[in-house]
Design a protein around this ligand. Structure first.
Ligand code: IMP
Length: 178
């Protein structure tokens, strides 16, 4: 089965998890246009439907986002756009003076088995840090606090608890029947 992503880090992480379930995955390095939508599940499913018209063999994709409670779930499905525009500094500015810092990352996997599409998700809860901390990781990792440390301070340890890990394990467990 193929994992369609332009992100090498995501592929490596998925390959390692898949191996535990006796599943071999191949990297199909490719960028694709994501349809707009207000739910990650819907966006991932629609992206997979579009890709399935071209790629007729089994594949999966993964899409994720950061959801901040005090901002009613913003940036959510718009996470990559918000990261590119206002970035971590912008998020901290929006959160200035807000005491409810609760947030979560969510990852959605959409899997095409050659005939139909199924969706799996994973969530990790944490808080928005008062300041940017740590230099490992990517994206919102330096402002996402998990049990006292930011994801960017955790390095490899992040991959053991991340939203992506949970979604991928859910997915591989289901299809392997383990
Ligand atoms: P993607 O479309 O799934 O690659 O992710 C959308 C955006 O969410 C990315 O641009 C990142 O800014 C953010 N994001 C997703 N997963 C993570 C993560 O594990 N750590 C930090 N930021 C993330």
């Amino acid at each position: 089965m193929k994992f369609i992503t332009s992100n090498k880090g995501k592929f490596r992480e998925a390959r390692e998890i898949a191996e535990k379930f006796g599943i071999e995955i191949e990297w199909l390095k490719m960028e694709y246009e994501e349809p707009q939508g207000s739910q990650l599940e819907e966006i991932a499913k629609r992206s997979a439907e579009i890709l399935a018209r071209e790629i007729r063999e089994p594949f999966f994709i993964e899409d994720s986002g950061l959801f901040i409670e005090a901002l009613n779930g913003f940036p959510g499905p718009y996470s990559s756009y918000v990261f590119k525009t206002i970035g971590n500094k912008g998020i901290l500015k929006l959160m200035d003076g807000i005491s409810n810092r609760r947030a979560y990352f969510k990852a959605v996997v959409a899997y095409f088995d050659g005939a139909k599409i199924s969706v799996f998700d994973g969530i990790v809860y944490g808080e928005i840090s008062p300041e940017i901390r740590g230099s490992k990781g990517f994206g919102f990792d330096p402002i996402f606090l998990y049990r006292g440390r930011t994801f960017a301070e955790m390095g490899e340890e992040k991959n053991l608890v991340s939203h992506r890990r949970i979604a991928l394990e859910n997915f591989f467990r289901t299809i392997s029947g383990k």
